[in-house]
Ligand binder design. Structure first.
Ligand SMILES: *[C@@H]1O[C@H](CO)[C@@H](O)[C@H](O)[C@H]1NC(C)=O
Ligand SMILES: *[C@@H]1O[C@H](CO)[C@@H](O)[C@H](O)[C@H]1NC(C)=O
Ligand SMILES: *[C@@H]1O[C@H](CO)[C@@H](O)[C@H](O)[C@H]1NC(C)=O
Ligand SMILES: *[C@@H]1O[C@H](CO)[C@@H](O)[C@H](O)[C@H]1NC(C)=O
Ligand SMILES: *[C@@H]1O[C@H](CO)[C@@H](O)[C@H](O)[C@H]1NC(C)=O
Length: 426
């Protein structure tokens, strides 16, 4: 079936010279979406016709189909029918933590909780146990040997940087001091394992697309704007990478709408459209998928996408005190269906729909639910602060607790165990 083109909307206009208010808003909507998506008209009707869009999780179908093909780096198969992301946290003092905070010099001071006085250490001893199968244990030797002569890159925001640092911490102890290094220059941080001719890199691009928050150090936080169709601006730095791990979520969450720039940030008069967060996010995801389809070789490379990292800024979500948050939380959430109010299900749906359209497989790391149980795992107040705290803040630790980022070692090591499992046992 041919996707309807723009002439069909002008046809509508001719047929009914006096527009009903409904038709008018419909057309206005089409215009906005058309501007946003440019070439991709099928999308418009996907949006409009929400009653008939596929509701079955299409990722499942894609994965079934894709797993019949051999994925690069695969050495075995996951147990059939096992969803790695469904399960529970079990206490395991014998195998956790996977490394010591003090033994990994690469952890940024925003994530070193013990160094910054965290009094409890239980958060380090939980192991993820999927229902009905087990998670492969992370073999650092295998991972490093696999990376020999290769590049692995994490692309996204500070949460992806946390996962990146976790990966470096999980591997670095196998490499002698003199043959490893980490350097940051602008948006790119590179960990080099010289003897392996391997790099593990992080590229700062919180929206994946070009935005006004792209400076790796000074991000203009208020009034965020993303430029439509600008993925190559950052994407040129990802070319030639063998294993890519994307994330993007939190920076889009500025309310119910989001600003999209057509044209360029250098234009005299900026042409900005304000659309719903979901429409903006979908545009970003589609750009990523298109980039992957054009630039990654499915026979030789792998691509991962990590789902939304949940935050724990409102205790009331888990039945706590209305004025509290993750501060002083040392236990896990027991309700298996718990889902925090900061984590939008509508965005999960967009991810599901967009990833199901990719030709080059993108392995989905669905870490949202399992991480949402971990209100104990955030850095809270135990981190280096950007600016000195005021007496008012000090008197009320809840006011400056960071309930977004995660202590290392900790939860994000599990994200990498899941990545490891999916890389070798897709
Ligand atoms: C880890 O991987 C290496 C290299 O493939 C292999 O020789 C070793 O036996 C593995 N170790 C474990 C504990 O499986
Ligand atoms: C080192 O790895 C790069 C890819 O990251 C590759 O292009 C290059 O040929 C490798 N060099 C050697 C000496 O193996
Ligand atoms: C991947 O490999 C298969 C079989 O070896 C081949 O038919 C296909 O063209 C390759 N795809 C690409 C993108 O190189
Ligand atoms: C922290 O939580 C414990 C109970 O888990 C409570 O007794 C204690 O008063 C709390 N501390 C602060 C500073 O809120
Ligand atoms: C990810 O996991 C959650 C919870 O298990 C589930 O509701 C959601 O549909 C999953 N997302 C996708 C895209 O499969």
């Amino acid at each position: 079936m041919k996707p309807p083109n723009s002439s069909s909307s002008s046809l509508l206009v001719r047929k009914s010279p006096r527009l009903s208010p409904y038709l008018f808003s419909l057309l206005a909507f089409i215009v906005v979406v058309t501007i946003l998506y440019g070439e991709d008209f099928r999308c418009i009707f996907y949006q409009l016709d929400s009653g008939t869009k596929p509701t079955i999780p299409s990722i499942l179908k894609t994965n079934e189909k894709k797993s019949e093909e051999k994925l690069a780096f695969g050495i075995g198969k996951s147990e059939q029918g096992c969803d790695l992301f469904k399960g529970k946290w079990v206490w395991d003092e014998s195998s956790r933590p996977l490394y010591e905070e003090s033994e990994c010099p690469y952890i940024q001071p925003q994530l070193t909780c013990l160094e910054h006085g965290r009094p409890d250490t239980n958060y380090r001893y939980w192991r993820w146990q999927p229902d009905g199968c087990s998670l492969a244990s992370l073999n650092a030797t295998l991972m490093l040997e696999t990376l020999r002569g290769k590049r692995m890159m994490f692309v996204g925001d500070s949460l992806n940087r946390g996962q990146y640092v976790s990966m470096v911490c999980l591997l670095h102890s196998l490499i002698p001091q003199h043959s490893k290094s980490m350097k940051t220059s602008g948006s790119l941080t590179i960990f080099t394992a010289k003897d392996y001719n391997a790099t593990i890199e992080f590229y700062w691009a919180p929206f994946l697309l070009e935005s006004n928050s792209d400076d790796a150090i000074i991000h203009r936080v208020s009034d965020r704007v993303v430029r439509k169709g600008s993925i190559n601006r950052h994407g040129r730095h990802w070319k030639g990478v063998d294993i890519l791990v994307f994330n993007t979520y939190l920076w889009w969450m500025t309310g119910l709408s989001f600003k999209i720039l057509q044209g360029s940030f250098d234009d005299q008069v900026e042409d900005i459209a304000e659309v719903s967060t979901e429409v903006a996010y979908r545009m970003g995801m589609k750009s990523m998928v298109r980039w992957v389809n054009r630039n990654m070789d499915p026979n030789k490379t792998r691509v991962f996408f990590t789902s939304m990292s949940p935050s724990h800024a409102k205790s009331i979500d888990w039945g706590g005190d209305p004025n509290a948050n993750c501060y002083n939380e040392t236990t896990l959430i027991k309700d298996p269906n718990y889902w925090g109010s900061d984590t939008r299900k509508s965005i999960m749906q967009v991810i599901d729909q967009v990833l199901s359209t990719t030709k080059v497989p993108i392995t989905f790391l669905n870490i949202t639910q399992l991480s949402s149980y971990r209100k104990d795992a955030h850095t809270s107040i135990y981190k280096k602060q950007w600016s000195p705290l005021t007496p008012q803040q000090l008197a009320n630790p809840v006011s400056y607790a960071d309930c977004v980022h995660w202590c290392l070692p900790g939860l994000q090591d599990t994200w990498n165990e899941l990545l490891f499992h999916k890389l070798f046992y897709p």
